[in-house]
Write a protein that binds this ligand. Structure first.
Ligand code: 2AM
Ligand code: CA
Ligand code: CA
Ligand code: CA
Length: 319
């Protein structure tokens, strides 16, 4: 039914106007730190999983504006899903996938990596993405087939002044971004820590000193999965890895990542099974215009995916 629908600019334009409007609301609300508008709730039984009034207000605003503008379209949002207490599938209908505040803990603490994320899927394919960080006034946008941009004028990945961006030839040259999520059960977090540890040190490498290289160059956590992915789209990080996050963390940023030349898989790569936006395991590698050796850029990306996945321990994350 939606196969012939063209991906029109008006979808992206509307998403941009919404993230900008909501960014202002988020900024204003952040001034009222710890006051009523920012009343903080713990979600469910999980004390590290927080939500504020602002998360809810922003999501309701986006939902109602999208519903008036595109009444036939579906809506998926983090706080709506939380209120319903159950999850949903994804259909072929145009579906707006929204995270009103990605980085709620950052928002509460004024750590300036906070994003409002609006993505659109058609036929389950992410086609439009807008991610806005109001604290840094950075707007990231993309439409399938039309490139990815910072503040509507700077193309991603960044390449300053004008050299080709060379892909890392090995994991040891990669800067990795990842999150720990809000699941602090010792089994889940323990496995993740062991995986991260195995990336930061080489097996059998027990001495401190010059010989310790580590399997990756470093690991960073911004506290916003969407902005982690954006770092990869910009070319300022090489790999994004996260287990347990949701489609609203990923959809908008994924369009931007892909339009910047990056790839995202759920596990070992596209060879295994088609990418599933609901997969809750995400591994991304940035794009580049060249790479070392005889490989194509795509071959290099897939090799890095395989090498990375061989190191980290698989974690079961049923949804
Ligand atoms: P949120 O701020 O919208 O809740 C840091 O915790 C990052 O991981 C944020 O992007 C956060 O989104 C997301 N996140 C929250 N809960 C998570 C979970 N259980 N597993 C993985 N990521 C989660
Ligand atoms: Ca949340
Ligand atoms: Ca989120
Ligand atoms: Ca959120």
């Amino acid at each position: 039914k939606w196969g012939k629908m063209c991906i029109r600019d008006r979808f992206l334009e509307f998403a941009i106007s919404l993230v900008q409007e909501c960014g202002q609301i988020i900024l204003e609300a952040s001034k009222e730190r710890y006051s009523k508008i920012n009343k903080i709730y713990e979600k469910g039984e999980n004390p590290s999983d927080l939500v504020t009034e602002t998360d809810k207000i922003v999501e309701e605003l986006i939902k109602s504006k999208l519903n008036s503008k595109f009444p036939d379209h579906k809506f998926v949002g983090e706080e709506t899903a939380a209120a319903a207490g159950k999850h949903h599938g994804l259909t072929d209908e145009p579906t707006w996938i929204v995270d009103p505040i990605d980085g709620t803990t950052n928002f509460i603490h004024w750590f300036p990596f906070v994003a409002v994320c609006i993505g659109l899927t058609i036929n389950k394919e992410p086609v439009v993405g807008a991610v806005f960080n109001p604290f840094l006034n950075q707007l990231y946008t993309a439409r399938k087939g039309n490139g990815a941009y910072l503040n509507l004028n700077t193309k991603l990945p960044l390449s300053s002044p004008n050299p080709p961006i060379t892909l890392p030839s090995s994991l040891s040259q990669c800067l990795v971004v990842s999150e720990y999520g809000s699941n602090r059960s010792s089994t889940t977090l323990g496995k993740k820590f062991r995986s991260v540890h195995s990336l930061m040190s080489k097996p059998g490498d027990v001495t401190w000193g010059k010989k310790n290289a580590g399997l990756v160059r470093g690991i960073r956590s911004l506290g916003s999965a969407a902005l982690d992915i954006i770092q990869v789209a910009k070319g300022e990080a090489d790999i994004f890895w996260e287990i347990g996050c949701w489609e609203w963390d990923v959809t908008a940023a994924l369009v931007i990542l892909r339009e910047s030349g990056g790839i995202m898989v759920n596990g070992n790569g596209p060879n295994e099974e088609p990418f599933n936006i609901l997969g809750r395991k995400y591994l991304a590698v940035r794009g580049g215009s060249s790479c070392a050796g005889d490989e194509t850029v795509e071959q290099s990306q897939l090799r890095l995916v395989r090498e990375f996945w061989n190191i980290v321990e698989e974690i079961d994350c049923p949804r």
